[in-house]
Ligand binder design. Sequence first.
Ligand SMILES: [Zn+2]
Ligand SMILES: [Zn+2]
Length: 247
Amino acid sequence: MTSSLTFLGTGNFLAPPGRYWNSFLVETEALSVLVEPSPTALPNLRRAGGSAADLDVVMISHFHPDHTFGWPFLLLELAESQRSEPLVVAGPPGVEAFLSEMMQLGSLTGIEDEARHHPGLAFVEADPSSTGQSAGPLAFSAVRVEHVPELSCFGYLLELGGHALGYTGDVHPCPGLDELAGRADTLVVECAAMHASRSHMDVASLRSLAERFPSCRMVATHLGGEVEAAMLPGVEVPDDFSRIELA
Ligand SMILES: [Zn+2]
Ligand SMILES: [Zn+2]
């Protein structure tokens, strides 16, 4: 099975010039997964030739707004689409209530009601104690990672026909990060900071990770404005709308 990644945004919380907020599309012949409904996910999904109606699964690593505040716009397009299969959303425990509260704050509960009626919504909570979970047609595992103490944060391993695609979410060096790098064939890893940070990866910690896990293909995203490809030997650094083929 061939699969690909299309980056809809590669920037960190600050959306540095030239990079919109981190979000990417995972596509195989069988399914389409949006990882992180960032604020610019919908317009950039359209620009990449897709639409919310084409998505089978949306995955959320944690509840910070750069990863989630595009949800209302995706939901409106979904509710108005001809799609017949429910959209499955996977995220931290409480993901259904969190997204519902977002719609209430925006006075958009009618859109949520519409989408629940057609095409339908289903929610899967990340469970790191499980050896394998499914979100509709997608098989995945959740790994708990450390980012900020006030939020439950997860990385994921997506099973794509024999290829294990890892995604760290926002993270700083921790056992969960090493587990993801050890199990993934390809790892999409954040690198938000130029210099050491308590809540994010930085250039030195990503270089160290790449050196310790040489058989894992590393792809950086959620990039800070000062982070450049030349600082990260052995790590791929995509731009917005870059497409990467997975083996
Ligand atoms: Zn972030
Ligand atoms: Zn975050």
